[in-house]
Write a protein that binds this ligand. Structure first.
Ligand SMILES: [Fe+2]
Ligand SMILES: [Fe+2]
Length: 406
């Protein structure tokens, strides 16, 4: 902001435009990414992070860092798992507790009189040098604090570090306040999805909350990596990644339509039971049929196609347009690119997670054996491009696994 002398009218107009765009996003991670990106662009900040309130803690939820994060591995930093208590001891905790923004010119030169102190651990681990900080509570219009955004190392026109200036301190919180409502909505959407999943989980104990969180995140990251390789524009990637993650989380929601005697049966299914189980793909798709929203369409494609195979030996195969008319599965196989990409990615993510996690009826496989198994399925069970992308982002995949344990 210190680089250009834009008029307040222009700044406010830009803020409103961004808020309007934010309202079209559904997934909380996509919202946080956009909010942080805009706040950093407004203040020309090198880095930033967002913490979300969870009970009496602040959970580290999103991060950007232009200096440190590069290449295909950059996403792994998003899956760092830690929380800080909401109290006066940390800078973000203080901002959440008091509801006030904090402006710090140099994190290493605090007077010592403040109740909070700067935690150097992150800098020491990464070699980063935090200087100026602008810490803003994310407050909704009802004065509810949903999180804290921290902008780090503002730069001037020559890319030299500078303290945050008058305009930054005025406009960034204004933007943060308006964006908080969207963040709160994103959190609610995610919670509703998780509740839908809980419902499915109560029916099928194999389909746990952490499993669907992991599958959603794997799918989003594999998709992003594949799309970047293909040169798709970043804006489209972000939008698609947003809905894709939510839709992938609901891949098995159709299991609510399968009877308890089959679903909760310990041990192996008899052939006729396995045949009934296959219908969960159709039931899931039927839940989202006849809708026009992009999210619902993706949910339907993923629910229907996540057990299809690249070689056409999966299920349920091609079905009548009106799913209610489907009487038989696997009559006409569907293979290769006829299977929607979102379903091809989910298929791999779901199988990978099932193998690498322990479940009531099986131990977790060692990572090497799982990767070998996935490679074996390259071009038969799985789309070769999806397998390649998955292998290339193993660091990110591992970070996701560690974030959503259980
Ligand atoms: Fe399934
Ligand atoms: Fe699953």
């Amino acid at each position: 902001m210190e680089c250009t002398d834009r008029q307040p009218y222009d700044i406010i107009r830009d803020i409103l435009t961004v808020i309007e765009e934010l309202n079209t996003l559904k997934d909380v991670d996509a919202i946080l990414d956009r909010v942080l990106g805009e706040a950093r662009a407004m203040t020309n900040a090198d880095a930033g992070s967002i913490f979300l309130v969870e009970g009496d803690q602040l959970r580290f939820s999103y991060v950007h860092n232009d200096t440190l994060f590069h290449g295909a591995d950059a996403s792994k930093h998003l899956y760092t798992n830690f929380s800080v208590p909401i109290n006066e001891k940390s800078i973000v905790g203080y901002a959440a507790m008091t509801g006030e923004s904090l402006v710090i010119d140099d994190a290493y030169a605090l007077s010592g009189k403040e109740p909070y102190s700067f935690n150097k651990k992150y800098d020491e681990e990464t070699g980063y040098r935090t200087r100026s900080m602008l810490t803003i509570p994310l407050k909704t219009f009802q004065d509810k604090i949903v999180g804290v955004m921290q902008l780090i190392n503002a730069r001037d026109c020559n890319n030299e570090y500078r303290p945050f200036g008058k305009d930054d301190i005025h406009y960034a919180p204004l933007f943060a306040n308006s964006a908080s409502v969207t963040v709160e909505r994103g959190i609610m959407t995610r919670e509703i999805m998780l509740r839908m999943m809980k419902m499915a989980e109560m029916r099928d104990p194999k389909e746990t909350g952490p499993h669907v969180q992991r599958v959603g995140a794997y799918v989003a990251e594999i998709y992003q990596h594949m799309s970047r390789k293909k040169g798709l524009d970043e804006f489209s990637i972000r939008r698609n990644k947003d809905v894709l993650r939510l839709a992938a989380m609901l891949h098995d929601v159709g299991k609510v339509g399968i009877s308890d005697t089959i679903l909760k049966k310990p041990g192996r299914f008899e052939p006729h039971e396995a045949a009934i189980m296959k219908w969960h793909s159709v039931y899931g798709a039927a839940l989202f049929a006849n809708t026009t929203s992009e999210l619902d369409q993706l949910c339907a494609q993923i629910a229907l196609g996540h057990h299809e195979r690249w070689d056409g030996k999966g299920y349920p195969g091609r079905l009548p347009e009106n799913l209610a008319e489907a009487r038989e599965l696997c009559v006409e196989p569907i293979s290769g690119e006829d299977i929607p990409l979102c379903a091809r990615i989910t298929s791999l993510a779901d199988v990978y997670d099932a193998l690498i996690s322990s479940r009531v009826y099986k131990d977790a496989w060692p990572e090497e054996a799982v990767l070998e198994e996935i490679m074996k399925g390259r071009g038969t069970q799985f789309d070769p491009d999806v397998v390649d992308a998955f292998v290339e982002i193993q660091d990110v995949i591992r970070a996701i696994r560690h974030k959503y344990q259980g």
